[in-house]
Design a protein around this ligand. Structure first.
Ligand SMILES: Cc1ncc(COP(=O)(O)O)c(C=O)c1O
Length: 374
């Protein structure tokens, strides 16, 4: 049997990793500034994380959501404290797309309405509703295209209000910082207006923090830079450092009804052991402050070059937009300098490093980039 061939692969086979370093099957070491697509938050194979998962596996690996699982409550408590959302509730699922799916479903249950407003250049995942609110027709099938969705430009409050005025909008979904669409930051003024507009028109504000959350931008959630409190916050990626896990934070205005949301695997023991360990490590090692410090260093020191159009981002969510396609630059960084980077579109190198990278790692990247661009 062959694998269904949907991924473009680099010819690299990682077999071991530690912190912000990865080694391939030939023993070559790499600096990881991609974090397996923003997933590695506390660093690869952190000893506390490995111990927590190993220990849990020796006790009980899985049972269903029909019995009590104190690890879920432990996570809710820790997450409430770490994020500043102690009065919100937590629903646990398995991925970013599923979190967005649940958030939009909840907004629709709550309001009785069925349209979602999303933004151009958005990415929210691959499941039916999540892909329908993703602004990329290439990955939306005819089956997915029946959802009622309207797209507005980022930072265009008037366009959003025109949609809300139609009276059928259940929710507005927006990324804390657009990731796959090219590290596009909404303005604080726009986000505050968006929150007021949603409240005024009875639509739920859904913040997709799957990529921008969990400390990546130097605050627990990127939207906390804008001084707003959304109705629902969606999470994934860094939440369990690579163990599949997602979740949503739900404001107290929502009433839980038995059976309205559900999942087989969401909140399972192993995911909870991983997610609890992640929060413990983030706190113990001050990784959110580190993300801000190293991110600011990178943003300030990425070299000026006629090839670079703009550098933008916050904390360790950084886009380097070039005046040309970046595939050769990324290949050189990977195969000559042994540095993993991400991409957005064709012209942007996207950095999504583990939150534990050091200033020395950042310096190493900057020197490598200068070499590659010279
Ligand atoms: C902002 C955002 N939302 C949702 C998703 C989907 O997450 P997952 O691939 O875990 O379903 C992603 C994945 O890249 C993302 O960047």
């Amino acid at each position: 049997m062959n694998l269904f061939d949907v991924y473009s692969l680099f010819d690299v086979t990682p077999v071991r990793a530690k912190g912000a370093r990865v080694w391939d099957d030939k023993g070559q070491e790499y600096l990881d500034l991609y974090g397996g697509h923003a997933v590695i938050s506390v660093g690869h194979s952190h000893p506390d994380y490995v111990a927590a998962l190993t220990d849990q596996l020796g006790k009980i690996g899985f049972y269903s959501n029909s019995v009590k699982n104190p690890l879920q409550e432990e996570l809710a408590l820790k997450l409430g404290k770490a994020s500043g959302y102690e009065d919100y509730s937590l629903f646990l699922d398995n991925s970013g797309a599923e979190s967005n799916e649940n958030a939009m479903k909840l907004a629709s249950f709550h309001t009785g309405k069925d349209r979602i407003v999303a933004f151009r250049k958005s990415f929210h995942g691959r499941t039916s509703g999540a892909v329908a609110v993703t602004d990329n027709p290439k990955i939306v099938s005819a089956f997915n295209s029946h959802h009622k969705v309207s797209f507005c430009d980022l930072n265009d409050a008037e366009a959003v209000e025109n949609e809300l005025l139609k009276g059928d909008v259940a929710g507005v979904i927006i990324e804390g910082i657009q990731g796959c669409g090219g590290i596009n930051l909404p303005t604080a003024e726009f986000m505050q207006t968006l929150q007021s507009l949603c409240r005024k028109h009875g639509a739920m504000l859904i913040l997709d923090e799957v990529q921008s959350g969990y400390g990546r931008t130097g605050k627990f959630f990127a939207h906390q830079w804008y001084g707003i409190r959304p109705d629902i916050i969606t999470m994934g990626k860094g939440i369990a450092n690579g163990f599949p896990c997602g979740g949503i934070l739900i404001s107290p205005e929502f009433k839980a009804v038995k059976g309205m949301l559900g999942t087989t695997f969401g909140g399972n023991y192993l995911a909870m052991a991983a997610a609890n360990a992640v929060l413990d490590i983030i706190t113990k090692e001050n990784l959110i402050d580190n993300a801000l410090k190293v991110g600011e260093y990178l943003l300030a020191n990425i070299p000026a070059s006629e090839k670079i159009k703009e550098v933008r981002g916050k904390g360790l969510m950084i886009g380097i937009e070039f005046n040309e396609p970046v595939s050769e630059i990324r290949k050189k960084l990977l195969f000559e300098k042994h540095i993993f980077t991400g991409v957005a579109g064709t012209d942007m190198v996207r950095l999504l490093a583990p939150l534990c990278i050091t200033i020395d790692d950042a310096k190493h990247f900057i020197e490598a980039l200068k070499d590659v661009l010279s």
